[in-house]
Structures are given as C-alpha cells and as structure tokens.
Design a protein. Structure first.
Length: 260
C-alpha cells in the first residue's frame, strides 16, 4: 500500500535509538525525508547514515535536548517547516514515590513531557495548516490509560499533553492536519532493558526473572520490537489517515483491558 507521503519532510524526535529511530526508518522507507533529533551526535550521525544508505532518502540530523527552550528554538531555526512531526522528549520513564517527590521534580516532568512538546507542536502547526497537510504523532505510554503506583508525575505531564492535543484537533482538522498519540507498552528498547535491569538490581534477582514477571501482564507473552511501533507511526502519518485524529492508540499486546 502506498501511504502517499513520498517526498514529505518529517522531524523525528528521540530518533537516535528505540522507537524514534524505528519510526524514522519506517517513514524513510515510504520516501519521506527525515530530520532526526536527539542528544547524542555520534548515535544520530550513525542512524542518519544508515537510514540514507538503506532507503535512498535524505536523512539529516539536529543535535539537541528538546527539554531545553534554546535547543527547541535551534531546531525550528534549522528546520522551520515540516509535514510530519514525531514528538517525544527522549526522557526515560522512571518511577518515584509520591510521598517524597518534590515540587521541583514534578515541575521538571511537566517541563519535559508537557511544555516542551506542546511548544514544539505549536511551532510547527501553523506551517502545516498553511500547506493543508500535517501529521503529528506524539509518543506517550500505555499506562496513562491505567495509572501506575509511583508514576503520578509522569501521568500528570502526559495527560496534560493529551488534553492539549485533543483541544487543538478541531481547530486544525479542516486543514487536513491530524494529531494522534501512540501509547506503547513493553517495547524491546535500551530504555526498557535498563529499567528492568535496575529493578532486578534493587530486588536482588536476575534480569530474566524481572522480565518474566512483567511479561505475565502482556497477553502476547513478549515484548514488541521497535519496528512494530515505527510502522504504526508511519501508517498514522499517511495521506489516508486524515480522518483519524485526536486518538490515543494503544500498542501494548493487549495489556490494557479497557474498551475505551
């Protein structure tokens, strides 16, 4: 199936590894020129070169921390317009006890997962509206649908972003601009493996024991590969998906048991 986005330009955040890198690959295979964004120059350079070599598309990169206002401004100056934006601050999930988390820590999470992303979206929306095409996909997490203990800071920021996106959808839908969020579950990334390794160390057990425990909650009995989410991102960015907007789409192997 031709997704109808050949020669479009995408900005893919947190693209040096994991879901972001996979999304950049999936878009590039559809003929999309991609700008990769992350903090690590070496990893970005390698990812961009591999994508360009494998797909024949233009792949460049911008080194920056998108939780920084200066780096967000730098990205917009480097790439003022885009047809597609894959939004993610590239901040690993972590759990923290509700009773001990400070106001400063909560504010940092709001800055990273809400303010930084909504300001980035705000920067690129006008150009999308003007050209009458735009696709924005926010990479969130499945448990905003079923809140977890010691993750209130993450829920607050991610739900704020989901609410802001939902509020703007009706303004831009008439201009063929669609905004959606993907809510991944257990994805086989460096970040998840590091999280599970840290949990194993804290509990004094093996990584395999911790991984087996979390997989019990996933009906597929496995982690997904990043490419599976990357292909979902590309599908949501397709020309055919203009009528799908304002949705929070779970990709977690059936772990979320709700109907809505």
């Amino acid at each position: 199936m031709d997704l109808g986005i050949r020669d479009k330009r995408a900005i893919v955040c947190a693209a040096s590894k994991g879901i972001g890198r996979a999304a950049a690959f999936s878009l590039a295979r559809e003929g999309v020129d991609v700008t990769l964004v992350a903090r690590s120059r070496d990893e970005l350079s390698a990812a961009a070169a591999e994508i360009a070599s494998a797909t024949g598309t233009d792949a460049d990169y911008f080194v920056g921390d998108l939780t920084s206002a200066r780096d967000r401004e730098g990205l917009v100056a480097f790439r003022p317009r885009a047809d597609i934006l894959i939004a993610s601050p590239g901040v690993p999930q972590r759990f923290a006890e509700f009773s001990t988390m400070s106001r400063e820590e909560r504010q940092w999470w709001m800055e990273a997962h809400y303010y930084s992303m909504i300001e980035l979206i705000q920067a690129y929306l006008p150009g999308m509206v003007e050209q009458r095409f735009g696709r924005i996909v926010n990479i969130s997490v499945n448990f905003i649908k079923f809140p977890q203990v010691n993750a209130g800071h993450s829920h607050a920021a991610r739900l704020a972003l989901a609410g802001a996106i939902a509020a703007v959808v009706r303004e831009v839908a008439p201009h063929n601009v669609a905004l959606n969020s993907i809510l991944p579950g257990l994805i086989n990334t460096d970040a998840l493996r590091a999280s599970l390794s840290g949990r194993a160390k804290e509990q004094g057990v093996t990584y395999e024991q911790v991984a087996a425990g979390v997989l019990k909650a996933c009906p597929t009995g496995r982690m997904a590969e990043p490419a599976e989410v990357g292909d979902l991102v590309a599908m949501l960015c397709s020309a055919q998906m203009g009528f799908v907007t304002g949705q929070n789409i779970v990709s977690d192997g059936g772990a979320y048991q709700g109907l809505f």
